[in-house]
Design a protein around this ligand. Structure first.
Ligand SMILES: Cc1cc2nc3c(=O)[nH]c(=O)nc-3n(C[C@H](O)[C@H](O)[C@H](O)COP(=O)(O)OP(=O)(O)OC[C@H]3O[C@@H](n4cnc5c(N)ncnc54)[C@H](O)[C@@H]3O)c2cc1C
Length: 464
């Protein structure tokens, strides 16, 4: 790791210009600062800069260019692939930039990139407002938004990007730009689903909506009923109103019982919600019914316990336009053969407002109603816990889904899976994204992401 060390005089020059924190391999906080959510990721950057403000981001971008350093961008640190940290390069860490400003009249939020979803929702809910976010509070707002943002309100309010009004962004050449439907609209289009390919977003402006108590939670059934529950889930989601988003999961309960659950959220009038969820409650003989009126903040922060940082994770994902009987058979076969009680197969229903936007209207191409299937292998411990068996399970499950899957895959659920899968993620928008990359990042300075490779003559970022 020391072979990457930068000369002290160079570091001093950088530190003199920063308001944030510079962390080197020999500093006491380095060990914690280089860690990300996925315990499988174990990388040693030459330098970590915890930026305090936009000026720090600009300074760090210029420094990284001058020093020809590989650049990783980190906000919430929750990427599945571990792309927010690198070996030997520089981590531009925005996790301390947590400013947020709500305009209750316009129902908008200006939010800095270092906020987690829980922090963002806490601030917006103080005004009785919210927008679509992911389902787990500790996830970073930035990475989630830039990939699209699937969540409990997507049926009613669309994806997170469908509620994005503008971004403040630092480009590869150190310019600070605002992008929106009217300013740099081409860039704004690309940022909405194109990941961190075009610059470092320092702040987002969102449209919010009035959201009070929601009806949400899960109903758990015995795993022996998995087939019937999934067939029921298919019919139930086919007719779900926009207010109702439902996921199914094959997992093991905290008590150690393999089970299948339907997790749902109704964001509308509670009385209407009670009618909408009653078929789930009445179906079969549930082991437990945990659907209750609750706050949105509680719903997403309670989910944190199920995905703690530091655990080892490996994930594969597929997109199915429908859940055929054969697909259900495959899900049941692999969902009941997990190699770890912490693993699960999760089925997310994408519908309503999220599916009514055209595939080229934003850079997020996977529009249309669909089921996003995630095979999440999770386990505690190192080599002794035989990671390969858990990884092999997720891969086998994914292969079994392939005959039923479309070519598309949600960019935020991709691991390090190669160029073909990256192209599949951007789908019909890939060529337009390449043109945008040529325009805003022709040297591929921002390469650690689900990378859109520029086709202009490229200057390779090199490792120091
Ligand atoms: C427990 C868990 C639950 C999840 N649930 C959902 C969910 O419900 N819905 C959903 O849609 N997704 C979900 N995801 C996936 C999630 O959207 C991605 O993992 C996302 O990348 C996390 O964002 P982050 O800021 O924490 O990521 P980081 O690891 O910090 O960053 C990941 C990548 O995003 C880019 N990036 C990050 N910050 C910036 C920035 N400021 N500017 C430019 N680029 C940047 C970079 O390319 C970086 O490599 C979940 C992930 C986890 C681990």
């Amino acid at each position: 790791m020391l072979e990457y060390a930068l000369r002290p005089a160079i570091m001093q020059g950088l530190e003199d210009h920063l308001r944030g924190q510079l962390i080197c391999p020999n500093d006491s906080g380095y060990g914690a600062a280089r860690k990300v959510w996925n315990g499988m990721v174990d990388k040693y950057p030459a330098l970590i800069i915890r930026c305090a403000d936009v000026a720090d981001v600009v300074t760090t971008v210029q420094f990284a260019r001058d020093q020809h350093l590989l650049v990783a961008m980190r906000s919430g640190g929750h990427s599945i692939s571990g792309s927010s940290v690198c070996d030997g390069g520089i981590v531009i860490d925005l996790s301390r930039m947590k400013g947020i400003c709500i305009d209750p009249e316009k129902k908008t939020a200006w939010a800095q990139a270092g906020l987690t979803l829980g922090e963002f929702v806490q601030a917006t809910q103080a005004y009785g407002l919210a927008t679509t976010t992911g389902t787990v509070g500790a996830t970073g707002l930035a990475g989630l938004t830039l990939g699209g943002g699937l969540g409990w309100f997507m049926g009613k309010y669309g994806l997170t990007i469908d509620n994005l009004l503008s971004v403040d962004l630092v480009t590869a050449d150190g310019r600070v730009l605002r992008a929106s439907a009217t300013e740099h609209p081409d860039l704004f289009w690309g940022v909405c689903g194109g990941g961190g390919n075009f610059g470092i977003v320092t702040a987002f402006e969102f449209q919010l909506h009035p959201v009070g108590q929601i009806l949400a939670g899960k109903v758990v059934y015995p795993i022996s009923k998995a087939r019937e529950v999934l067939r029921f889930y298919r019919e139930y989601t086919r007719t779900a109103p926009d207010e109702l988003t439902a996921y199914a999961s094959l997992m093991t309960t905290p008590g150690g019982l393999p089970a299948i659950a339907i997790n749902l959220c109704y964001c509308g009038l509670l009385e209407e919600g009670e009618c909408a969820v009653s078929p789930v409650r009445k179906f079969g003989a549930p082991l437990v019914d945990l659907i209750r009126p609750r706050s949105y903040l509680k719903l997403i922060t309670q989910a944190d316990a199920g995905a703690p940082a530091g655990r080892r994770y490996y994930e594969k994902a597929s997109t199915l336009s429908e859940l055929s009987d054969e697909a259900i058979e495959a899900i049941v076969e692999y969902g009941t053969a997990c190699t770890s009680p912490l693993s699960q197969v999760l089925i997310q229903h994408v519908h309503g407002a999220a599916s009514r936007i055209g595939p080229t209207e934003t850079a997020f191409a996977l529009r249309g109603e669909s089921y996003v299937i995630c095979m999440v292998a999770a386990w505690d411990g190192g080599e002794a816990s035989q990671p390969h068996q858990h990884i092999a399970w997720a891969r086998a499950c994914w292969r079994a889904m392939e005959p039923f899957a479309s070519s598309g895959v949600y960019v935020n659920f991709l691991g390090n899976e190669g160029e073909g899968r990256v192209r599949a993620a951007y789908g019909v928008n890939y060529e337009r994204l390449v043109a945008l990359k040529n325009r805003y990042d022709p040297t591929n300075f921002f390469a650690l992401n689900q990378n859109i490779q520029p086709t202009m003559k490229e200057v390779e970022p090199c490792l120091k």
